[in-house]
Design a protein around this ligand. Structure first.
Ligand code: ATP
Ligand code: MG
Length: 462
């Protein structure tokens, strides 16, 4: 009882992972990162700013990744120069951003992102055009574009391993948040009080999982503990931001592991409510389909092959499709329109959480439509399907369904053989279909009542 009371009183205390006022400085002999490893464009941006009298450092993911022997996706620079001052130093620079201003310095295809040191503490005055930080009643920070000191900048970052500043000129690392020991011990640890940091920005929960999967790190106990309970806060995040985040989670090359962690921390449901419901109804099939889709995506990325969000969303929503279509049929809708309507509804529902742009939802529908068409191969149909620009995606999706255990009467294998066959062989394959019901033209009138069991040409995930 007394213990509970003490826990509920919030003593102002300095958490173990609070930001120091003076950083741990690591000289070049004390760490493995060298100037030569940093993109020369990032080095030139930092040095140019330093020559003009500003402080500037490479920071964030690039320092973290290089210390871990990975190659950074991009380079971020932090400086005390304002965006306008940064722009004035470079001819190839553009100020971007509404929520907070950043400068993009362009070098051909490489972009170095330069951000002014920021603070997330509300300030009393607004004399230099600095906007005040404002908070939502839930504690979510809505605007955090107040400039601050280097220390402030370290403090407002999410994880200790993301708050390391590297100066390529001296090759020193400044560590305000004990990030270096966490790199060594492979730990994702929030800076400050975890609960508060998640309330300020619930997307940090997704970032914790993303970095844990990408780096193969563990999420430190206090950082992990509040996640499951706070996961529903994601429902308040604008859907376009969640869509961006989902792409980073699923197209980063570690989607299968990410999926496991999302489930473990109860973050999957707020992102994919439709899939989560299908998973309750048909756990094995849904899990197998999603897992195979993600594993295939990871494999394609590893091989340098292109991947599309459309394929992923097609897979994530597919297991819910037959159930939804049947509900509509029960309300009197004929099977095909019911399927179309179900597809539409599921996509709309998903878009409420993650705003999937039309350029991806249209191909999702096309991939699904292909599943209806691939079994119908009579006459010229098979050849026409082969010419369809969506054939490949539809065929890959069919194989995915089979991988997940759906029975399709060997349809995937048939199409695999058909693609490799000569013209004569193809004619023979079509002729053989005559005895095969599933390949029969659709117009055929059904005898008896409406079929309710899973058909070979329909998703059986219901
Ligand atoms: P990667 O680029 O590999 O995804 P990253 O760490 O560079 O990883 P970015 O999203 O590019 O991630 O962000 C750059 C840096 O900005 C981070 O390292 C972190 O310091 C800070 N940051 C980004 N998002 C947040 C956030 N939601 N809250 C606090 N700090 C953040
Ligand atoms: Mg980055």
């Amino acid at each position: 009882m007394l213990k509970k009371l003490f826990q509920s009183l919030r003593f102002p205390r300095r958490p173990a992972n609070a930001v120091r006022t003076t950083p741990q400085v690591l000289n070049k002999s004390q760490h493995a990162l060298t100037r030569a490893q940093i993109s020369r464009h990032a080095v030139s941006v930092v040095e140019r700013l330093q020559k003009a009298g500003y402080d500037a450092y490479a920071v964030g993911g690039c320092v973290r990744d290089l210390l871990l022997g990975l190659s950074p996706k991009d380079y971020d620079v932090a400086t005390n120069a304002t965006p306008e001052q940064v722009r004035a130093e470079f001819r190839n620079a553009r100020v971007i951003g509404r929520r907070f201003k950043l400068v993009h310095v362009h070098f051909g295809r490489e972009i170095i992102e330069v951000a002014t040191f920021r603070s997330h503490h509300p300030q009393g005055d607004d004399d230099e055009g600095n906007a005040l930080a404002s908070q939502h009643e839930s504690g979510r920070i809505l605007r955090d574009n107040i400039y601050g000191t280097l220390e402030d900048d370290a403090q407002r970052r999410d994880f200790t391993i993301n708050a390391l500043y590297f100066d390529p000129s001296s090759e020193r690392i400044l560590d305000y948040a004990n990030g270096m020991p966490d790199i060594r011990n492979r730990l994702i640890r929030l800076i400050g009080m975890p609960e508060r940091r998640y309330q300020e920005d619930p997307v940090r929960m997704l970032r914790a999982v993303r970095f844990a999967a990408k780096l193969d790190f563990e999420i430190e106990r206090h950082t992990a503990e509040p996640i499951a309970e706070l996961a529903p806060l994601l429902e308040d995040i604008p859907s376009p931001r969640l869509f961006d985040e989902v792409l980073k989670l699923m197209l980063g090359g570690n989607a299968e592991r990410t999926y496991e962690l999302l489930l473990e921390y109860e973050l999957f449901e707020p992102l994919f409510p439709v899939t989560a419901r299908a998973m309750e109804q048909n756990p094995d099939y849904t899990d197998a389909l999603v897992r195979h889709a993600l594993a295939n995506t990871d494999e394609r990325i590893r091989l340098g092959k292109p991947v599309t969000p459309a394929f992923l969303f097609a897979a994530l929503l597919w297991p819910a499709l037959p159930g939804r279509a049947l509900q509509l049929q029960d309300r009197g809708m004929p099977p095909l329109p019911a399927l179309q309507e179900a597809a539409h509804e599921l996509i709309v529902e998903q878009c409420r959480r993650t705003a999937v742009p039309k350029r991806f939802t249209i191909p999702v529908r096309e991939i699904w439509d292909m599943q209806e068409r691939l079994p119908r191969r009579h006459g010229k149909r098979a050849d026409m399907l082969l010419e369809n620009p969506r054939f490949r995606a539809g065929y890959d999706f069919l194989l995915l369904r089979e991988q997940a255990g759906e029975r399709t009467n060997g349809l995937g294998d048939w199409w695999t053989r058909y693609q490799d066959a000569s013209d004569t062989e193809r004619r023979g394959m079509i002729r053989q279909l005559s005895n095969n019901d599933s390949a029969a033209p659709v117009k055929k009138k059904r005898r008896g009542g409406r079929r309710r069991g899973p058909r070979t040409d329909r998703p059986s995930g219901e």
